[in-house]
Design a protein around this ligand. Structure first.
Ligand code: SF4
Length: 213
């Protein structure tokens, strides 16, 4: 018996809170994208320490430009790579102001390829934004998805980038589960199937798991 994606996505969603769409604090579509940009190589917890105040002052692209790059840096300086992230966020805000965006992305950006044309939005950010905001069937491969896809034997050692892992998962996981893959694997990876000392005794799929400890 194997831990197939089918079995995992049948059983694990019953054990995570599916009402939590994302643990990144946000108040609208624009600042969700900003929060995802900030979360690259940083924990959601760290990002959530600075975003409530930042988004109170600068909730929209225009307000972000009003705050300016130095003001923005001041708010996010505890987050890794804040200089670069600030540059990207200001460039993103500039582009969106030029397109008259208030706080929701225009419809044309509701797909990954178009989103990735925006400054500061790479594949992973675009996947998470599309998936969380519009339920798109992209698979955002973050540290939890990457680690556990390998742990369960769903991908090979040669799948050594998020892009390769996403490509493989899209083929292996039944289509109906694609919209929830990131959400379920992130929460299960964060609270149960953790990097160090996974809590196998409370795991719904322990019976089939090749990595059970
Ligand atoms: S049994 Fe342990 S290693 Fe396997 S999925 Fe569950 S928590 Fe992860």
């Amino acid at each position: 018996m194997k831990l197939t994606p089918q079995r995992y996505f049948e059983l694990v969603p019953n054990t995570v809170d599916m009402t939590i769409r994302s643990e990144l604090y946000h108040t609208n579509e624009f600042n969700f994208a900003v929060a995802v940009i900030l979360s690259a190589q940083a924990t959601d917890k760290k990002v959530n320490e600075v975003t409530p105040e930042l988004f109170r002052i600068a909730p929209t692209p225009q307000k972000m430009l009003d705050l300016g790059i130095d003001g923005l840096k001041n708010h996010i300086k505890v987050i890794s790579f804040f200089n670069n992230k600030a540059k990207n966020i200001i460039a993103l805000a500039e582009k969106l102001v030029a397109e008259n965006m208030v706080d929701k992305f225009p419809d044309k950006y509701h797909n990954r390829d178009e989103l990735m044309k925006l400054p500061g939005i790479g594949q992973k950010t675009a996947n998470v934004v599309c998936n969380v905001l519009w339920g798109a069937p992209n698979i955002g491969v973050d540290t939890h998805v990457f680690r556990n896809a390998h742990r369960y034997g769903w991908v090979d050692t040669s799948d050594n980038t998020p892009e390769k892992v996403e490509e493989k998962l899209i083929k292996k996981i039944p289509k109906k589960y694609h919209p929830i893959v990131n959400h379920v694997m992130v929460l299960h990876g964060r609270y149960v199937c953790k990097a160090l000392r996974p809590e196998c005794e409370k795991c719904a799929v322990a019976k089939w798991c090749p990595a059970k400890q």
